[in-house]
Design a protein around this ligand. Structure first.
Ligand SMILES: [Fe+2]
Length: 419
């Protein structure tokens, strides 16, 4: 049977014109037992569409690990490392992760108590919710009426020492049913999004870049972010914005001298834009909570400086300034119309391009709503690749706007830039 792909069902809130290439359901193939040829096809589909759904998948932890590893055959350890030492117990991720004993790269995540599960006699799981992470929280009354928030927009990555996984696989085993919830942004915009209970929300990093105005594209293509050492420990005492897209600047981060031992050489600095290995497109891939500094290259020689941000480059270390700039660039892409909230069914397997999307846990469960998922991603064998010299040439310039507004005779100079 040939592999068949169909678009993912979009909710009424989504702007379909922004999801033309995003997300596909894959049919006619067993994701747990792909032939090498089938895998090649799936790999191409993933980089093209950013998220793939297989329904009614039968997948052991071993098969899930093998599938995840196929995208990066020399990768070995879980994306946050396999060994949970005492030091990382301070990390905000610690309570969310339970390892499958036979296959430590696969994590059991979810909610409620799970018994006799893949060698785990009893696992107490807690679906992370905004109530433990955001500076403000939805009132108990609103919560009872189904109001909720995005927990944390992120990339699955340690962001220290290890390289960001290429792919994450998420397999829904127990999926409690329940009423839809309303995810409220609470940022003064009035934005809200109706979501299935316990959805995973995805936004495209490609769209995040594409919808930026020209001056922010120019900034993004020239900029790198530097993450804090042990970023999840560093951010643990701090509190997040109400959209889950970064941290409020209140000076609560753990001082660097109190962090577990760290080495300069293991601190991660990544370009803001990551290049898609299949088609060269640029994805805006920043985990805003963990960033501590921004490094901006100057405009290329000869570029028009008028209207350009940081034309001479900059090294921004003021946390508030760093976060304001990132928020300005990332917030547009989490608009309700740009979100794909997956409506989980049991035996759904979702693969997502972790270097091409941002995602967030959403919503809240009651303790008796038992949810069990297997999640796998592997620290990659390489770091992501940033924009090429041609990309910088293409996007760092602002003068195209002048061309558009005033001098029509120049219009044919650079038409391909309008794509
Ligand atoms: Fe995640």
């Amino acid at each position: 049977m040939a592999i068949e792909v169909v678009p993912l069902p979009l909710p009424p809130s989504a702007d379909a014109s922004k999801f033309k290439t995003f997300g596909r359901e894959v049919k006619g193939v067993n994701p747990g037992a792909l032939t090498p040829e089938q895998f090649k096809e799936i790999e191409k589909l993933l980089y093209e569409h950013s998220a793939l759904l297989f329904r009614n998948a039968e997948l052991t932890p071993e098969q899930q690990y093998a599938l995840t590893k196929a995208f990066d055959p020399t990768s070995e350890s879980y994306g946050h490392g396999n060994n949970k030492t005492g030091e990382t117990k301070k990390s905000i991720l610690h309570p969310d992760l339970k390892t499958i004993p036979r296959v430590p790269q696969v994590q059991l995540i979810g909610n409620g108590t799970v018994y006799n599960h893949e060698g785990l006699a009893e696992a107490k799981l807690k679906h992370p919710s905004h109530t433990t992470f955001h500076k403000t929280r939805v009132s108990a009354e609103d919560e009872a009426n189904g109001i909720t928030r995005f927990y944390r927009w992120h990339i699955d990555a340690a962001l220290y020492d290890l390289s960001p996984p290429r792919v994450t696989t998420l397999y829904g085993i127990n999926v409690p049913s329940g009423a839809h919830q309303v995810c409220r942004y609470d940022d003064g915009t009035g934005d809200e999004l109706e979501v299935p209970l316990g959805t995973t929300a995805f936004v495209s990093g490609r769209t995040m870049f594409e919808i930026l105005p020209r001056e922010l594209k120019s900034l993004a293509v020239r900029a790198k972010v530097r993450y804090a050492p042990h970023p999840y420990v560093w951010m643990a005492p701090a509190r997040a914005k109400s959209t889950g897209l970064g941290i409020e600047t209140e000076g609560l981060e753990m001082p660097k001298e109190e962090l577990p031992a760290w080495e300069e050489g293991k601190v991660k600095t990544f370009p803001i834009l990551w290049k898609n290995p299949l088609n060269g497109e640029l994805h805006f891939q920043v985990h805003p909570c963990g960033v501590s500094e921004l490094l901006i290259d100057p405009l290329p020689a000869g570029a028009d400086r008028e209207g350009a941000l940081y034309p001479d480059g900059a090294h921004i270390t003021d946390l508030g300034q760093v976060r304001d700039l990132l928020y300005k660039m990332q917030r547009p892409a989490i608009a309700p119309s740009l979100i794909y909230p997956h409506d989980w069914h049991e035996k759904d397997l979702v693969l997502f391009h972790n270097r091409g999307v941002l995602h967030s846990v959403v919503g809240a469960f009651k303790p008796d709503q038992v949810r069990a998922f297997h999640q796998c991603n592997l620290a990659a064998s390489d770091d992501p690749v940033g924009p090429s010299a041609e990309d910088v040439q293409k996007w760092a310039w602002l003068e195209l706007d002048v061309v558009i507004s005033g001098k029509e005779e120049w219009m044919d100079v650079d038409v391909d830039v309008f794509e």
